[in-house]
Design a protein around this ligand. Structure first.
Ligand SMILES: NC(=O)c1ccc[n+]([C@@H]2O[C@H](COP(=O)([O-])OP(=O)(O)OC[C@H]3O[C@@H](n4cnc5c(N)ncnc54)[C@H](OP(=O)(O)O)[C@@H]3O)[C@@H](O)[C@H]2O)c1
Length: 292
């Protein structure tokens, strides 16, 4: 029997790798993958869908969807993205409606380490969420909506996604590489920590959650690194000397999460592979590129 997976946000950095991975695994043709875009159609995403104005219910019915992967941005798409509380309230309503429309399917929702305020670090799935801004409150609202409406749902929380997705380097590392190429100064915080995840390994995790029956929250527990180390390690993997990258510290008046690194009590049993550290992960992608 053909299984249909709807990937919402399939034109995005992660969504593209998710669609590619799900299609790769479909040698016997028993899986159909339908991808949505919002503004930019891609080979991975041919169906237009806007979270703010469209109903996912009609897509679920039209394509007879078994599993919905939500790998879409949760920003407000319109001009009224002021971050004020009225926008947050309407996001919650949209989230509730989206989740209710998916109540009869399996759901894999891609959330973020940003649900934690980053004052402690190495957060596990059982730690209480502590959103610090409108973006994180929207992530929490979406998690709650999925939890409230969808019995068969897994929530994947990830930190920085990096590497090549369908041939394109992520925007953070592309910026650093551009600065090094142009001999322009670039600096990163040595006292802000993340657990960066190779985008293709995030996609592998999503695929295993699509195929499995685990419910609840799963973190990807990659090694904790400073943002400075992240960029240096990645540049080494790309063959650059990271020496020109300067060290910076988080200014005292800047309201950011200092340590949003993740640990996991679930990943080994639910997903079950060893996620890569920054340099070997990116290096493996470089080594595998057909244009080498
Ligand atoms: N990237 C990271 O470092 C990171 C870190 C932690 C968690 N995450 C999680 O992963 C998710 C995906 O990240 P990403 O880097 O792949 O994001 P991305 O590249 O910005 O992609 C966002 C996707 O959402 C779609 N989209 C935007 N507005 C939409 C709307 N109103 N309705 C429906 N779809 C809409 C975009 O479509 P168009 O491009 O066609 O407009 C695109 O397909 C994030 O939202 C977050 O929850 C990402």
């Amino acid at each position: 029997m053909t299984e249909t997976v709807l990937v919402v946000g399939a034109s995005g950095f992660l969504g593209r790798s998710v669609v590619e991975r799900l299609r790769e695994d479909d040698g016997d043709g028993d899986r159909r993958v339908v991808g949505t875009y919002c503004s930019t159609p891609r080979a991975t995403a041919s169906v237009q869908f806007d979270f703010w104005t469209d109903s996912v219910e009609s897509l679920v019915a039209e394509y007879d969807v078994d599993t919905v992967v939500f790998a879409s941005a949760v920003e407000y798409g319109g001009d009224a993205d002021t971050g004020d509380s009225s926008v947050a309230a309407s996001f919650s309503e949209r989230a509730e409606r989206f989740a209710a429309d998916c109540a009869d399917t399996r759901v894999v929702y891609v959330s973020s380490a940003a649900v934690f305020d980053g004052t402690r670090g190495r957060y596990a799935e059982s730690d209480s969420r502590s959103p610090r801004d409108d973006y994180s409150r929207r992530l929490v609202a979406m998690e709650d909506a999925v939890d409230g409406h969808c019995d068969d749902a897994a929530v994947l929380r990830t930190s920085y996604l990096f590497g090549f997705s369908t041939g394109e380097l992520d925007h953070r590392l592309a910026r650093t590489r551009d600065h090094l190429d142009r001999d322009e100064p670039v600096a990163y915080f040595t006292d802000m920590y993340k657990s960066p995840v190779l985008v293709t390994e995030a996609a592998e995790t999503v695929a295993r959650l699509v195929d499995g029956d685990a419910t609840g929250v799963v973190h990807v527990p990659t090694p904790r690194v400073s943002v400075y180390e992240f960029h240096c390690e990645a540049m080494r993997a790309l063959g650059y000397d990271p020496a020109p990258i300067e060290r910076d510290e988080v200014p005292a008046d800047m309201d950011v999460a200092p340590d949003a690194s993740l640990s996991s009590e679930q990943f080994d049993s639910v997903v079950g592979f060893e996620p890569s550290a920054v340099r070997p992960g990116l290096r493996s992608q470089v080594d595998d590129r057909p244009d080498r």
